[in-house]
Design a protein around this ligand. Structure first.
Ligand code: ADP
Ligand code: MG
Length: 706
């Protein structure tokens, strides 16, 4: 194998550097589809777990039900067709001197060649019981096989701690293991981090780290070299993000954006349209926005606050402020339903000032759409609310000065960047209801300025929350009927459970029918799900606006984003399948008019122990930040509710919650690198820059502004 010199030209993106053994065109294609297009990608396809295959078990001691490694000689092997089903069955009898055991492979006829008579093999697999005429006997079913190699060579799939990989397309774990070993032998990627940094943080170099993570020398749970290798890879990822952030921040501080000066007229306008007294937190947030907009570099601010904390009004006031100064302002909502709803609220707010509001979603078509696009392009329409339709081809603004993005994590990074590109660096306010612990927010969203609404508008009462199981269902149903009898609205929420949205919708439709025919016969029910279209959806929404005494059955969180101030109770089915932060966000949908309100978390049969304990936190706490921290601690920021949702996608190993200390270290080093405070050895600088460029490309415009 050719081993490229460390600072040879990087291969074009998508190419494997060096040929990998055992990689034909079909596999190459399959890997590429799974996102493995280079040798680096392959090494970054990290094991999901490990199997300790170090000690062979003497055949005499094998027990049914055990998964074991056996080292034995093949006494005989034959392949035949099963009488039924046309399956091929390969049978072998092996011995290690302590005893014999049968081995069977189904539909793997090549096994007769992998383990020919007389060969010595490692077998790793489950030991089962098989009944024969003469009674039960032990047998190994479909074990992994590897020939015991010549002295001086090491086996790959046995006699060591073995990595297990997630499938990559059609390529399974065993092949990936072979490829990883080949890649490590052939051309380990050159080190990208400067030596001073690695020494400062006590990190092994990259080839060593990859070697240890793919083929640990000791059991990973307790191994110091493994921990160091993992830290090395985590650090690299976090440093990549922090460097990109540091650059963006620096670039943005030099950027010149739309300046919207403070004016007395705008102030008067706000006082005129404001329907209530802002909370102190809202006033502070609005002041921060107004100051940013008046500053020469474009605003780039994250407004955090739980559902109901009053973020929307801050955005609307900012829009009116921008419009009053002669700019256009846009509000991007995550769904069609929400866009319509928000457009209506904004219209109500600015009508008194004689401002018009446009609505642009996929459902707006034909002449209406054409007229709207013309008005946006000419600047005649100052305010627009929409979905991602706002940044499609053909939508142009005359002078977009302010852009609010609601529930930012529902928008892809790329979509955001495209909308931003429509204006000349407009001021951007990103809103999220996911409370992100401050330390995390600063490090993950380090390129954003933060405003937080921790205080809620006056008169909010806590949502009384209870975890209940099946046994309590009749009482829960009686309670819901009581609420509806009193003229209030109630929610029943189902999680996404199936693979497809169609299947979920089907399940919700059936659930709705069951409820309508059974416990809630005679009560008006409205079903809301993600696949509802145009007229059907409008009808459902009209029903809801029609008022009280009604049940809303919803499939997903998105649909529950509706503002129904009269709703007093929510039942969440299979609550354990949601993240805590998500449940907290859901329950924020009830009690919005200040009435007493309830959230009942139905726990599925069998979801006890840790699951029940996790849910119990919601009974105790109403503090979204506390809940978010606990959620992170318990689940790690996986999907959903985790890192990816927050727009920090692309992480392959780092878990910013668990690796917070490393994240902070990475942030410090990114700062030093940005300021040029790092001493480089020969060639390091070039390798680091190439690495960072690749990172920048991978993250794309990782923040809303690229
Ligand atoms: P968020 O966008 O943070 O979920 P909203 O802006 O939708 O919250 O506010 C929730 C509800 O509270 C809305 O009905 C809104 O009109 C109302 N509200 C917001 N701020 C105040 C306030 N300062 N005083 C009274 N009601 C408010
Ligand atoms: Mg909102």
């Amino acid at each position: 194998m050719r081993r490229p010199a460390p600072d040879s030209d990087p291969a074009p993106p998508g190419a494997f550097r060096g040929e990998l053994p055992g990689l034909g065109p079909a596999r190459r294609r399959s890997l590429a589809e799974a996102g493995i297009a280079s040798l680096e990608d392959l090494l970054w396809w990290l094991p999901m777990r490990y199997e300790d295959r170090r000690s062979p078990v003497p055949v005499r001691l094998l027990q049914a039900g055990q998964t074991a490694l056996v080292k034995a000689r093949v006494l005989g092997v034959r392949c035949r067709r099963a009488r039924r089903g046309g399956m091929s069955v390969t049978d072998a009898l092996v011995t290690d001197g302590t005893d014999n055991v049968h081995v069977v492979w189904f539909n793997q006829p090549w096994m007769a060649r992998s383990a020919p008579e007389g060969s010595e093999v490692f077998l790793y697999g489950r030991v089962g019981l098989f009944s024969t005429r003469s009674g039960l006997r032990l047998q190994m079913d479909n074990p992994d096989v590897e020939r015991v190699p010549e002295p001086g060579e090491e086996p790959l799939h046995a006699d060591r701690i073995v990595p297990v990989y997630r499938r990559a397309g059609k390529v399974g774990s065993k092949v990936l293991r072979t490829l990883a070993a080949g890649a490590l032998r052939a051309a380990p990627p050159p080190e990208c981090l400067p030596a001073v940094l690695r020494h400062g943080e006590g990190l092994p170099d990259l080839p060593e780290a990859f070697g240890e993570v793919h083929f640990p020398s000791e059991p990973p749970e307790t191994s110091a070299p493994f921990a160091a290798a993992r830290r090395r890879l985590v650090f690299e990822e976090l440093l990549g993000i922090q460097c990109v952030i540091a650059r963006q921040r620096e670039a943005r501080s030099r950027e010149r954006g739309v300046v919207i000066p403070k004016s007395a007229a705008a102030g008067r306008l706000l006082r005129e349209i404001l329907p209530f007294r802002l909370t102190a937190a809202q006033r502070r947030a609005f002041r921060e926005v107004a100051e940013d907009m008046a500053a020469p570099s474009p605003m780039y601010r994250l407004l955090q606050g739980e559902v109901g904390s009053g973020k929307t009004i801050v955005a609307f006031l900012s829009m009116a402020w921008a419009a009053q100064s002669g700019f256009q302002a846009a509000f991007m909502a995550p769904t069609e339903v929400l866009a319509r709803q928000q457009a209506r609220v904004l219209e109500g707010l600015v009508a008194r000032a004689g401002m018009r509001v446009g609505l642009l979603t996929a459902a707006v078509k034909g002449k209406v759409r054409k007229a709207l696009l013309e008005e946006l392009a000419s600047g005649a329409l100052p305010l627009v609310v929409g979905t991602h339709s706002l940044f499609q081809e053909g939508v142009t603004f005359a002078r977009l000065g302010f852009l609010a993005i609601d529930e930012q994590h529902r928008f892809g990074v790329e979509q955001r960047a495209r909308l931003v590109a429509k204006g000349e660096s407009p001021n951007v306010l990103v809103m999220t209801a996911t409370p992100i612990p401050r330390s995390l927010a600063l490090t993950l969203y380090g390129d954003l300025d933060l405003s937080v609404l921790r205080e809620k508008p006056p008169g909010r009462k806590p949502v009384v929350t209870r975890v209940r199981d099946e046994e309590a269902r009749p009482r829960v149903e009686a309670f819901l009927r009581g609420e509806m009898d009193a003229g209030r609205q109630v929610f029943v929420v189902y999680p996404l459970v199936e693979e497809s949205e169609a299947a979920d919708t089907q399940a919700a439709v059936q659930a709705c029918e069951r409820l309508a025919a059974g416990p809630f016969r005679g009560y008006p029910l409205t079903l809301l799900h993600g696949r509802m279209k145009g007229a059907e959806r409008e009808r459902a929404l009209a029903e809801l606006r029609g008022g009280g005494g009604r049940m809303v059955v919803a499939t997903t969180v998105v649909e529950v984003g509706l503002d129904l101030p009269g709703a007093s109770a929510m039942v969440v089915e299979h609550a354990e399948r949601f993240g805590l932060a998500q449940l907290h966000q859901l329950r924020g949908r009830v009690g919005r008019a200040g009435q007493k309100s309830w959230c009942i978390l139905m726990r599925s049969p069998g979801a006890d122990g840790a699951a029940a304990e996790r849910l119990a936190l919601l009974e105790r706490s109403q503090d979204g930040f506390e809940i978010a921290e606990e959620d992170l601690r318990l689940r790690g920021p996986g999907d959903p509710g985790g890192l990816r949702q927050w727009g920090g996608g692309g992480l392959r190993i780092a878990s910013p919650a668990r690796d917070l200390a490393l994240l902070e270290a990475a942030r410090r080093w990114a700062g030093k690198l940005q300021k040029g405070e790092v001493a480089w050895a020969t060639g390091e600088r070039e390798r680091f820059d190439a690495w960072l460029a690749a990172w920048g490309a991978r993250l794309g415009s990782w923040g809303p502004i690229g």
